[in-house]
Design a binder for this molecule. Structure first.
Ligand SMILES: [Zn+2]
Ligand SMILES: [Zn+2]
Length: 126
């Protein structure tokens, strides 16, 4: 038995391989915008913002020296969507609007800095 370094053996399955899951969320801020075609609204007929948060899990091998390998796969595990109230400047255009009249723009897409979680898991029990 090698006394040096660190070794792991799972008591459930006997595997000596571990992997690490890195969980984090990315939030996209999406602006929905409807132009006012009758010029009653100053800049727009209606505008709103939605926040789409997707939880990602990266899987990485963990070697015996506690070093993390490259990301082997990324999974999207959860999506939540929140909408702000719409600001309406022209009710007529909003009423007449078709789905296609709305334009959407991704304003930002950022990793939530307080969302990082790391889990060590047994590769054998996977
Ligand atoms: Zn209008
Ligand atoms: Zn195991």
């Amino acid at each position: 038995m090698n006394e040096e370094g660190w070794s792991f053996r799972c008591k459930d399955c006997g595997s000596t391989e571990l992997y690490v899951e890195h969980e984090y969320s990315i939030t996209e801020v999406i602006v929905h915008f409807l132009e006012c075609s009758c010029k009653v609204g100053n800049d727009f007929a209606a505008q709103g913002t939605s926040y789409v948060t997707v939880t990602h899990v990266d899987r990485m091998a963990l070697d015996d020296d506690h070093r993390l390998g490259d990301v082997e796969e990324t999974e999207e595990v959860d999506t939540t969507e929140e909408e702000d109230d719409y600001e309406v400047q022209c009710h007529k255009c909003l009423r007449d609007a078709q789905e296609d009249d709305w334009s959407t723009e991704v304003e930002s897409s950022d990793i939530d800095s307080d969302s990082h979680e790391f889990y060590v898991r047994c590769a054998g029990c996977d």
